[in-house]
Design a protein around this ligand. Sequence first.
Ligand SMILES: NC(=O)c1ccc[n+]([C@@H]2O[C@H](COP(=O)([O-])OP(=O)(O)OC[C@H]3O[C@@H](n4cnc5c(N)ncnc54)[C@H](O)[C@@H]3O)[C@@H](O)[C@H]2O)c1
Ligand SMILES: O=c1ccn([C@@H]2O[C@H](COP(=O)(O)OP(=O)(O)O[C@H]3OC[C@](O)(CO)[C@H]3O)[C@@H](O)[C@H]2O)c(=O)[nH]1
Length: 394
Amino acid sequence: MASSASVGASARVDLDGNPIKPLTICMIGAGGFIGSHLCEKLMSETQHKVLALDVYNDKIKHLLEPDNLPWHGRITFHRLNIKHDSRLEGLIKMSDLTINLAAICTPADYNTRPLDTIYSNFIDALPVVKYCSENNKRLIHFSTCEVYGKTIGSFLPKDSPLRQDPAYYVLKEDESPCIFGSIEKQRWSYACAKQLIERLIYAEGAENGMEFTIVRPFNWIGPRMDFIPGVDGPSEGVPRVLACFSNNLLRGQPLKLVDGGQSQRTFVYIKDAIEAVTLMIENPARANGHIFNVGNPNNEVTVRQLAEMMIKVYSKVSGEQPPETPTIDVSSKEFYGEGYDDSDKRIPDMTTINRQLGWNPKTSLWDLLESTLTYQHRTYAEAIKKVIAKPVAS
Ligand SMILES: NC(=O)c1ccc[n+]([C@@H]2O[C@H](COP(=O)([O-])OP(=O)(O)OC[C@H]3O[C@@H](n4cnc5c(N)ncnc54)[C@H](O)[C@@H]3O)[C@@H](O)[C@H]2O)c1
Ligand SMILES: O=c1ccn([C@@H]2O[C@H](COP(=O)(O)OP(=O)(O)O[C@H]3OC[C@](O)(CO)[C@H]3O)[C@@H](O)[C@H]2O)c(=O)[nH]1
């Protein structure tokens, strides 16, 4: 298979050896974690143009300023909220491809702000799908591994040998069912909204011929993920686990293990995952009409093991001793509130992405944590010291 790696802008070819034509990409949610890495990659290694849409741009400021950056003129920021902005259709019309990343996607919101979560992940995405379909524009939509919900194996007795059989837990795009909890478990508001928008996009493809690709990310992690509470986000905010544990480590506090940290996750390095998205962008004939799991099945840990590894890695990169009490158990009700529930295990099947795009992740969990926690320490350690030293107003 020919490589689509950068060998000088004009010589870049797709996986079938055809020259890659520069595209104009309307990227919605470009100011977030994934968007910022995708913009970085597209600017530094390709000739594509990006119309970057978001309500915030802090994470892509370094790509927008100063004016003498090598990609000057290829990325423009449009501050807008897709809930209510008449510029959206025009920007989609001006582009060859739309990538929709915009979402509320932090689990602490799913059970506490279910209406916002459903609106953000379903209702707000509707016009994007409609404008792409009506204007014959290609869409890459970001869904989630959460659409699989719980594994079939989780319903078997604890001591059943079938729990060890991959048929009962590996998650396959075209075979696995979507298994959510009951309605009062509002955790599933996000997964359910994502599932319905996937079904709508799929139906637009089937009935109206819309060109689409659906991405199901499996816990992509790396620098710039979420925020550190009290530094660049609200003090009471609860980000995703990487930022929660980073915050605990930076403050020398025990890491909180929800319900004992028994849930399992596979983590993939953001830079590996962005390679997969770039392949989708540049190989439409191979990516259109497909749903892709994007994860790293070799990086599976329980949340407890993740915490233990992060404690070791942080100690190495910061030179600081681990906290005296490294971890504490908290109930999910105490940590997330009523209506929380969890995915037990998430192993992506890689057959489709291997076959269509020849993609495989490269980075081990230890290595990705080492580069990410080096970034967290360099970016936040001084700011945290100042926050801790500040007297609390009485
Ligand atoms: N990071 C992961 O591991 C992961 C896993 C599963 C799914 N996803 C999906 O990938 C996408 C991107 O995730 P992320 O981790 O970069 O999240 P993020 O929160 O960092 O980025 C989302 C961005 O969308 C923007 N946005 C939200 N609503 C908007 C609106 N109405 N108008 C304009 N901009 C809006 C936000 O300001 C934010 O910058 C989401 O759809 C998420 O559900 C991510
Ligand atoms: O301080 C903490 C924070 C979290 N946990 C537990 O860690 C597990 C993973 O949590 P998190 O990364 O926050 O989120 P999920 O993996 O559950 O869900 C995400 O997956 C993909 C995505 O769609 C978008 O990123 C999102 O929904 C979990 O078991 C928490 O309970 C902890 O122990 N301590």
